[in-house]
Design a protein around this ligand. Structure first.
Ligand SMILES: [Zn+2]
Length: 461
């Protein structure tokens, strides 16, 4: 891999593309789900290959086929209950991933099982690896060359680049097919995961590295012998680097023991010195980029943790990323905190105590008036009937401007976090955390206990 990819961002929706362009100079690489590319291959190829041209990584999402029900979506026509289908984005992906998967998902309508791969010569797994790698490697290149408005320009560039192509048409590295493991399913999947890496490495004739994505339930961390065996197996595989995704692992929520075991796990996995990326991480993981993790990925305000099989979203609310807490607070809670501390009294107090990011510099002149730009809402009133009673309900939704400002403020702060960690020692980082804890404990109570936990753990590294 040519350059260090420390600050990674995950593209989740088409609406987010503009932020990836606006902040282009500040982050190192983009992670994107294969299903999103499959769904809108033409526009995604143009965006990744030509418009953005930053290093990118495609997550092949092979774990998704372990849960058939999570692949389904209900028809828009709610009256037609017979019409439950596999999501369109996944249909395209399944077509690309080969006959075995098509048969299981489309014909047999079931989840993939470890026994599907247990045939004599490993042929099913070999075919699957071949298709999954091919998809990552070729989709953007072939689509941009064939169907993009830039196709002539790309052909010209490729012919004349003399090995120094300014376009980014292939991923920074490929990810071998991978499957999710819990303490109960670990023994079913571990060897398939390892075989998938080794087969992928053998199949891959190109000069591009093969990484392993390790997706596990956080409870595996607590089982020392399993973790030892797991690290041993992955370290002996031909993986050239690792991506880590821990299920139900919010670094701000889990207890101290999990974070401690997480560090142990990373240290064991790092014994060969191969790069490790945390694919859904908060500031805690960013601190680990000092010398344990090579990089950390986050999304556009969300994605500092993610469940493997998430359950629906909530109502959108404005949240303000509070820099000293490394956490998003509900706008009204942030406002309350600022008012009680007198941080909205004047600009200097706001800048030195709350935030001095580019976005705040642009929009905040008189804090007591301007801070509300982060919390602007539109109200919608509607009538709700329950039995014979009818009531009027009013809901507030953040305005598009407020959403945009909250996100820009968040992204500037993320950039600062990566840079800050780079220039400080572990003990400096730990000291900051405990200072914030002491400063805000009276106001926020146990809601900030993670700052103290992080402090304790980081001091021990
Ligand atoms: Zn700010």
């Amino acid at each position: 891999m040519p350059q260090q990819l420390k600050h990674l961002m995950r593209l989740g929706t088409h609406g987010e593309k503009k932020y990836f362009k606006d902040f282009k100079e500040y982050y190192d690489a983009v992670i994107i789900n294969a299903s999103m590319i499959a769904h809108t291959v033409n526009s995604m190829s143009t965006f990744l290959g030509c418009e953005l041209s930053k290093p990118f990584i495609i997550d092949p999402q092979t774990y998704a086929f372990q849960s058939y029900t999570h692949l389904l979506q209900q028809s828009k026509n709610k009256k037609d209950i017979s019409d439950v289908k596999v999501k369109k984005s996944f249909c395209t992906l399944i077509e690309n991933y080969g006959e075995m998967l098509k048969k299981i998902i489309f014909d047999e309508k079931r989840s993939i099982k470890s026994s599907d791969f247990k045939n004599d010569d490993n042929q099913n797994l070999k075919d699957f690896c071949k298709n999954v790698l091919k998809y990552q490697l070729e989709t953007i290149t072939s689509e941009t060359q064939n169907n993009s408005e830039y196709s002539e320009y790309i052909e010209y560039e490729i012919e004349n680049c003399k090995g120094n192509l300014s376009l980014t048409l292939v991923p920074a590295f490929l990810i071998a097919p991978y499957f999710y493991m819990t303490p109960n399913t670990y023994s079913d999947w571990i060897d398939i995961n390892i075989d998938a890496i080794n087969i992928s490495k053998e199949l891959n004739s190109k000069d591009i590295e093969i990484y392993a994505q390790i997706v596990i339930d956080k409870d595996i961390l607590l089982d020392d012998s399993k973790i030892e065996e797991l690290c041993d197996k992955y370290n002996s595989s031909s993986a050239e680097g690792f991506l880590i995704w821990l299920d139900k692992f919010d670094e701000k929520e889990v207890s101290e023991i999990y974070l401690e075991k997480f560090i142990n796990f990373l240290k064991l996995l790092k014994c060969n010195g191969k790069p490790i990326y945390q694919v859904y991480g908060s500031y805690f993981s960013i601190v680990l980029t000092k010398n344990i993790l090579s990089g950390v990925c986050h999304g556009m305000e969300y994605g500092e943790n993610r469940d493997v099989y998430p359950v629906g979203g909530g109502i959108p609310v404005s949240k303000f990323y509070y820099p000293a807490l490394h956490k998003r607070l509900l706008y009204r809670d942030a406002l309350d905190l600022l008012l009680r501390n007198g941080y909205l009294e004047d600009l200097e107090v706001y800048n030195s105590n709350v935030c001095n990011c580019k976005n705040c510099q642009e929009i905040i002149n008189t804090p007591i008036e301007d801070f509300s730009k982060y919390g602007d809402v539109n109200s919608t009133t509607f009538k709700r009937k329950s039995g014979n009673r009818e009531s009027t309900v009013t809901m507030d939704y953040p305005t598009n401007d407020a959403k945009d400002l909250c996100l820009r403020h968040y992204l500037y702060n993320k950039i600062t976090e990566y840079k800050y960690v780079e220039s400080k020692s572990y003990s400096d980082c730990a000291e900051d955390l405990i200072q914030s804890y002491n400063k805000y404990y009276d106001y926020l109570g146990d809601n900030v206990d993670y700052l103290k936990t992080w402090h304790n753990i980081i001091l021990k590294i």
